[in-house]
Design a protein around this ligand. Sequence first.
Ligand code: HEC
Ligand code: HEC
Length: 348
Amino acid sequence: MKKSIWILTILLPVISACQPVEEQITLLSNEPMTFDLPLGIDAPPPVPENNPMTPAKVELGRQLFFDGRLSSDGTISCATCHNPAMGFTDGRATSMGTQAQVGGRSAPSIINLAYAQGGIFWDGRAASLEEQAIGPIANPIEMSNTHENAVARLNTIPGYREQFEHVFGSPEVTIENVGKAIAAFERTIIDGNSPWDRFIKGEASALSEEATRGWELFQTKARCILCHAGPNLTTNQFNNIGVGFDRPEPDLGRYDFTGVEGDQGRFKTPTLRALRYTSPYMHDGSEATLEDVIEYYNRGGNPNPYLDELIMPLGLTEQEKAALLALLDAFEGEGWMVTAPIQLPEEP
Ligand code: HEC
Ligand code: HEC
């Protein structure tokens, strides 16, 4: 019994690797899909009516997400900066695109972004995952391509044309449909079933004593829950906690997008799931470790005229800091890890 399972596990990937990718793909259904949600994530993600998720579309999106041919020089894919092994970040303070160009902000994780409300990006400037997904392709310091070139190249690849036909009803690759497929894939990257989720659902022993103390502090003295609340540990607001204001010309974040007085230095309050994978932290990667993040909050952030009134010195003891740290680790769940496709559709 055991032996046959072993043989299957070894053989299946081999068998499927021998098939051309496009043949595998059309085997996947293009009917709207349901999928199992991890514990703690109770509702399926909101999905736009004009972009239902289907197994075939999600798989197409996965391939595009890992395909460097969307970039001008063929070297940079979405996964270069949003690497699953690093919690869909790049491990760098600020990201590096084609020709080693460095941007001003840190690559945020994609995990649970399906549940984001109020805008995508650190400053919320993109309204939907569909809209966001095609931005990096034409961003001069990310993939530095044009949409026309990216689409023209994909249109030369029969394996993609077949999949676009199957998924969208026309073999013609369009930039809108590239965005739709990538967005559908991103919506499957969901983290839950962490020790903290199990604790919230009534399993008292799921958190260690220390993490349980951390959870009490999180909701009281440490004040974290005022911004990091709900199943995704964010209120989906934009807040100024002072990050970057120790430098002469701080990034003004949301203000540069809205122009609204008071938005200066406001950034999206991110989820706190899978943090161990996503260092360094904050929009500019200025905090290297979670210990540093806790120190940062403990001293009340960087003073600035727009600092959120919820941010103030906390007076945490060493024990309390350790308890908070144990809690941050207990937010770490499962279900979000995806692997790169074994093979991408080949150019003729
Ligand atoms: C060169 C590195 C780089 C590449 C390549 C890249 N990104 Fe990003 N990504 C970033 C950075 C940096 C940000 C944050 C920018 C900001 O908020 O202003 C970001 C933000 C995002 C966000 C918003 C996350 C959030 O929390 O709001 C999503 C979604 C995303 N990228 C998806 C993609 C997709 C899809 C691709 C491929 C088409 C891609 N990225 C390619 C660096 C990159
Ligand atoms: C006033 C709202 C607010 C409060 C209170 C708050 N946070 Fe945050 N948190 C934010 C915002 C906004 C960011 C992103 C800031 C930036 O990058 O400029 C952030 C970022 C973080 C990050 C980095 C996440 C990443 O992916 O880079 C961690 C970790 C974190 N907070 C933990 C905590 C803890 C622990 C507490 C309590 C001690 C706390 N936060 C209290 C709003 C808040």
